[in-house]
Design a protein. Sequence first.
Lengths: 238, 1024
Amino acid sequence: MAQVFPRSANTLARVSLFCVVAGPLAILLTGSAITRSGFNTKVDVPLDQPVPFSHEHHVNELGIDCRYCHTSVTKSSFAGIPPTYTCMSCHSQIWTNSPLLKPVRDSLATGEPLQWVRVNKLPDFVYFDHSIHINRGINCNVCHGPVHRMQLTYKGKPFFMSFCVNCHRNPEGYLRPREDVFNLYVKYQRGDISAEDRRMLDDPDYVPSPAQVAKGKQLVKEYGIKKAQLTDCWICHR
Amino acid sequence: MSSKNDTNITQRDVLQRLKDRLAGRKGPEYWRSLEELAGSPEFQRFVEDEFPNRSSLLEAMKMDRRSFLTLMGSSIALAGLAGCRFLPAEKIVPYVQAPEDLIPGVPVYYATAAVILGYGVGILVESHEGRPTKIEGNPGHPASLGSTDALVQATLLDLYDPERSQNVSKKGQAATWDAFFAEARKTLASLPAGGEGLRILTGTVTSPTLAAQISEVLRKYPAARWHQYEPAADHNARAGAVAAFGKPVQAIYHLDKAARVLTLDADFLGQPPSNIRYARDFAERRRVRRGATEMNRLYAVESTPGITGAMADHRWALRPGEIEAIARAIAAGIGVRMGADAHQATYPWVDAVARDLAAHHGASVVIPGAGQPPAVHALAYAMNQALGAVGSTVRFVEPVEATPVDHLASLKELVADMRAHRVRALLILGGNPVYTAPADLEFADALASVPFSVHLGRYDDETAATCLWHLAESHYLEAWSDVRAFDGTASIVQPLIQPLYSSRSAHEVLAGLLGDPIPGLEIVKNHWRAGFAGPDARFEDAWRKWLNDGVIPGTAAKPVTVPDAKVPAPTPVVADGYDVIFRPDPNLVDGTFANNAWLMELPRPLTKLTWDNAALMSPAMAVRLGLATREKAYVANNQVVELSYKGRKLKAPLFILPGHADNCVTLHLGWGRTRGGSVCAGKGVNAYSLQTSDAPDYGSGLQIAPTQDRYELVSTHYHSAIDMEGRHPVLWRTFDEYQRSGYAPVAGDEESTPSESMFRTPPEYANYDGYAWGMSIDLNVCIGCNACVVACQAENNIPVVGKDQVSRGREMYWIRIDRYYQGTTEADLENPVTFFEPVPCMQCELAPCEPVCPVGATTHSHEGLNQMVYNRCVGTRYCSNNCPYKVRRFNFYKFSAGQPNNAPGNYDNPTYKLMANPNVTVRGRGVMEKCTYCVQRINEARIKAKEQNRTIRDGEIQTACQQVCPTKAITFGNIHDAGAEVSRQKQEPAKFVLLGDLNTRPRTTYLAKFRNPNPEIGTEKSLE
């Protein structure tokens, strides 16, 4: 009687055994990798916008303060997206015929608002408040990446929960004097910025120096921050 | 434990069981329902069931184990995949031109006035980017003082009701406003000289602008007539004043000055539009703190149990026709001069009440009820004069109504004229007379003979269907108007949003008919400008101030001096057979709020009935009639009885209500609608179909016959029942006892000694030195009015679940009001002592729900909140099972996105979405939820305080239930702050903890109830 299993069956069995173990693992890892990749998170991926607005140009080259457009960032949970009128306060004078700005002019003429594609989005069950973060001296770029250098706006950080919680557990690294939030961009533009601050603004993988952490600890006291309470669920979810 | 033979118990069994229990009991016993008192197996099952509200789907589908496992397996597999999706692209749409002063994400508050039965209640409305999302009281308005009631809260849902009329229609066909105005003007022009045959029918009109407009119509068409009919208004007070003083003056009560109050069937704590103010004033004299030497005393005589009677220190349940005799007896006792035969009633307590009232000369008051005949009102006015109350506890003022007329006479006249074909054009401005007119008038039939009939209303209701034209009416939050409060104070009704649909206000319709179609704002503004006393240039400033303040100063009704009240001759008491009592429903009133799902589902204060009305009667009467002789005696509530009254018949389900007067049946109005929206249509029975115009409030000659039909009523009275196992759910003392004990702690060892705890010892963050949130609920001033329940619903996006789901115990309220009865004798069944106990999440420091959650979805915050994280919750429901207070609610369906039984509350509906509070998650299916102490408000205040480098001030955070409470029974604050009001309350000897011996250490505690009985009238039960 001939062999039921050919010799190659041994290999097949080994491969099968390997696949049983490695297959699900590979699927999990691949899934996880896709989830964390820019493909899903859209980090570093500029999105199509009605107008190719450049933060680099407006913030870094022209030196326009963040709050000129994002008017409610210090007062509200929502930073605010500028109304057409804000754009037109300059663009009724300069670049008045630029084809790139046609949607803005159309919006003014028709009264139909511009429709921007949201770049930074938190899930609906997360209640983030811009005003308190700005008020505690957290720089825009800590969460949004190097916005002042973005030719087209893209998401700077993936906003996984661990990202938020890391800072809520150890806020010292990012707490700054309140007035520093917007001044740093001016300093950056003028070039008289410290290496630490420049790294914080430019480097998406910025790790605070021990000196900054020491200053931050001081600020935790000054601001009266109760660190333990910062990671209570209902601080963000409700 | 449930007995073995519980499947087929008989009436005799239950009665026997009841008697055994009654015989065996010595001390006071608290119970929620007759089923509980009788120890009915249904009740025990509900209490002991691990998951009383679980689905019976498996049984219904007869699914076998295999298919169950197959389904479960695929569910688990697919559940993992459901989480895998790419983030959807989302648009941000900024303004073109941003409105001035609007900060996106920060709500703006506008002062306006809610219009309830024609009267105004001053409110502040929260607006998120132009969407009104929450109504709060206006502290500067005399009818509100910062609070509102359930009705005012629920008017928000009315605005967003997708079933509102949205356009003009003629004979049910869509039409246009232009077409209507063209035809209406042509019709008006074709009327004989002077507008002969033109009639206007309105409800109560207090709006100065509308009154002026109607006068203008009447000037232009001198032969036209204006009729008024408001079904649920206090017509008898007006008639009583005419009888007593010869003119329609209005009485305003000042309960903050009253040490002794006697109500003659008056529900002054529940009856709009003055209830909010009266409740506050009443509570001011009732609050008891350590060292208090005074507390008011309330005597209530009533037929239908209401919240006022439930608050009373002495309550007597009497047939409505017997109350006049009582009133006469008491009046005689306090020196009102009457005829010789006046002293009719011979109750032993009458003289004691009269003496007590007279002893508090100038600080006592008698309040007559809306359902009592004019003679009782006249008597009450005379009593108040004799008690020296006029000028202190009661004030007579000019009527607030623009033209006070006898509404019923006015309606009868209209019907007679319609029948005689003298009405050629009828303009119905608001209201639903086809439904609300007493049955004997046969209003619909008469209306059919009017060639040109127009109905302006918010719903395509019974009247809309009968009229030639139906016009969509604007909600008060979307149209300009003005209105006067019960005390006459005028407010401008300021809209917060453009009309959602093609609707107009009564002002705009009248202006259009008068040929001057200007917008509502101009109509109202022009009226006030014309009457403005100062120079024209100052008007704009004044106008802006009125809008900002929500009140127009100096507009309160002028006081009038009245002669000595004439006391009418006694009405002979007709007490043969049974009485039928018609009362406005506590939630739907006359049917105005019938399509409001919040109010539909809201359990009525005493019956706790939802989604239905019923024939209410006393237990003794039910037994006497043999209605309770069927099996399941005290669960006989689902039996249908046939009521025959004056030749008309109505079938209604029976509901036995302890404390109801004997020999009479109460029917609540506002139910049994045939049109007007899917929420109201077909719910309950229509009591108007028995009501007659000669006795609209009550009448004798009712016959009751049992039928074989059954109808399932749903009452929440034993839902979420706490298994008290002999503990006391509420604690109370008499005020006298409390004083004599030197303000000794009310809670005994039994309540306050924690037992061994299986929960972990206090966590290290028990030593947290930041804020520690706590709440104190003063049961002594809680009137059980339900305002907190609806306020919580509006603030926290709580859905409505529908009758079927409520019957399974799945109502979603984060705060509920438990109603307990006390009393163990047979007589107590007929008149039990009633307690209300609001129960939100206790926010236990050692919360039993937390350790049992397998996924850490409910955890403890440092500030002492028991946090519920929806996005972590997988719906095991262990937490709810382990909660001794039964405050956790589970989303069995995606209630927020469409009801299984097509009930409303559907937040996926585009209009409902506008209403949602953006600061609270709209919960999905399969997650647990519960009271959060309004954590969104805490966070907002915390952020604001931090930005201003200060700590949160005491009183800065008000939870939604606290803010709305008319009597300020709820206090919230930081218990680490010794000076905070909440901390002071927690130091009171009256403080007690619900299920304190469980050692859950709740942050929500209670203050005991006090009763202030008259020592001359019987002895009072108490805890000892």
